[in-house]
Design a binder for this molecule. Structure first.
Ligand SMILES: [Zn+2]
Length: 162
């Protein structure tokens, strides 16, 4: 499997192994969000997944969506107005356009289901869904570029099932 060295360097020029984390919002009201976590490498991401899920799995990035009833329950009980819908895990060596769009599709469809938006129903709902997808991809690319970790090319390994 090809390996790409992390491009984030600290003051000493060494690879910075910190985890990058931020929230992304499907719509402008910012009521719901996904937490995005970018791990320094594949192994760190999988170690986190194993500790959270109790077992490993094969993926190059993953969207962990909380079930709809959990999202709704959170929205009733939470004092915080913003509601988490799940976590999206990436590894720093694999955050290019294809993998970002792939994961944003999972996030957008989950949000659409939660909000009962059906993109096949009519032009207005199709437009709203397209806006949600666009919002998520935009925020991802913006944050990844700010962190200088957006990759125009990714290793062929992203083609593994995920
Ligand atoms: Zn997938």
């Amino acid at each position: 499997m090809p390996q790409i060295r992390p491009i984030v360097k600290n003051a000493h020029g060494r690879a910075d192994l910190k985890i990058v984390s931020f929230n992304i919002y499907p719509e402008k009201d910012r009521r719901y969000f996904y937490k995005v976590v970018v791990f320094p490498d594949h192994a760190a991401m999988h170690a986190y997944f194993r500790s959270a899920r109790g077992q490993g799995d094969k993926f190059v990035a993953v969207t962990l969506s909380w079930p709809l009833d959990v999202c709704r329950k959170l929205s009733r009980n939470s004092k915080n107005k913003r509601r988490c819908m799940g976590e999206i895990l990436f590894d720093l060596t694999c955050v290019g356009a294809e993998i970002v769009t792939h994961e944003m599709t999972h996030a957008a469809t989950h949000y659409a289901e939660l909000k009962k938006i059906n993109p096949f129903k009519n032009a207005a709902q199709n437009e709203r869904f397209a806006d949600i997808q666009g919002n998520l991809v935009h925020q991802m690319v913006k944050r990844l570029r700010m962190q200088k970790i957006y990759r125009k090319k990714v290793a062929a390994m992203y083609r593994l099932p995920g």
